[in-house]
Design a protein around this ligand. Sequence first.
Ligand SMILES: NC(=O)c1ccc[n+]([C@@H]2O[C@H](COP(=O)([O-])OP(=O)(O)OC[C@H]3O[C@@H](n4cnc5c(N)ncnc54)[C@H](OP(=O)(O)O)[C@@H]3O)[C@@H](O)[C@H]2O)c1
Length: 304
Amino acid sequence: MVTGAFSYTGRFVAARLLDRGREVRTLTNHPRANDPSGGRIRAYPLDFAHRDLLLEAMSGADTLYNTYWVRAPKGSLTHTVAVENIRCLIEAARHAGVRRVVHTSIANPTASTRSYYRGKAAAEEVIRSSGLSYAIVRPTLLFGEGDVLINNIAWLLRHLPIFAIPGDGRYHLQPIHVSDHAGLLVEAGSQAADVVVDSAGPEIFAFDELVRLLRRAMNLRALVVHVPPVLALAGATLAGRLAGDMLLTRDELDDLMSDILVSHQPPRGTTRLTDWLPAHSDEVGRRYASEIERHYRRVPPETA
Ligand SMILES: NC(=O)c1ccc[n+]([C@@H]2O[C@H](COP(=O)([O-])OP(=O)(O)OC[C@H]3O[C@@H](n4cnc5c(N)ncnc54)[C@H](OP(=O)(O)O)[C@@H]3O)[C@@H](O)[C@H]2O)c1
């Protein structure tokens, strides 16, 4: 069982499992949108209000790959609610007889006290105390077809004459390619011992360096300037409004600048962004990746 098998990371996990000859089911609210499996994945609603349906969906499943999380809270869907939803999912998995849960967290979940990280740390506790065999995999930042942050930086560089870096831009990121990350998740699923591992790539960039790398790879001339974080946030909020999205929240900006999107373990990913980018410079940033469009848009019934 893979949550979000037609969305971002879940799609790569599902593809790997299918390649290994495994049967894959998914819990999702975007059932047929872009199904890359040609109908081989059976979809069930990701509906935390109906525990019996979650149980039915997971009955007979060996491993639950949980990618569910809420990046940008909206209305009553807060990070605290997302943690309770994970609790509900894990309870259902336990009752359905699932052997192992492979849970996606984030690198350094206790390094920030802001709500996203507090929720991530609390969700890990739900997994640890579930009584299920578990792997907790902690990605830093993902890149590769369908990613959000790196894609949207590229989109801004393509569409605006000036790119504003918050502060000195010396805070670091250690991106991992989504395929490497999915490989790590699937590998973790085949094991039995309880493990907690970081999922990070082989290169570390200062934010400033990353922006300039993207600009160079796409052969653009946007002016890169440093501005006070409060101004960068105002710009991001305005750009987000124009795009009908939440481009960057205040918490995300604070966390980004806290140097916590890096791992302190040996890197497990092998794909280098500096190798990947030249081969994908025509695609990256061509389409804006909207959080609202992905997760808060109503799916028309005929595609559900
Ligand atoms: N992307 C990154 O750079 C990054 C970095 C560090 C950690 N992570 C972690 O990696 C995990 C997977 O991320 P991802 O980018 O692959 O996510 P995703 O595919 O966009 O979403 C994963 C699952 O969560 C559901 N979901 C997400 N937001 C939701 C919302 N607002 N309301 C209801 N359901 C929602 C999706 O539902 P649908 O199936 O209906 O789409 C999907 O099943 C998350 O735990 C995330 O925190 C990601």
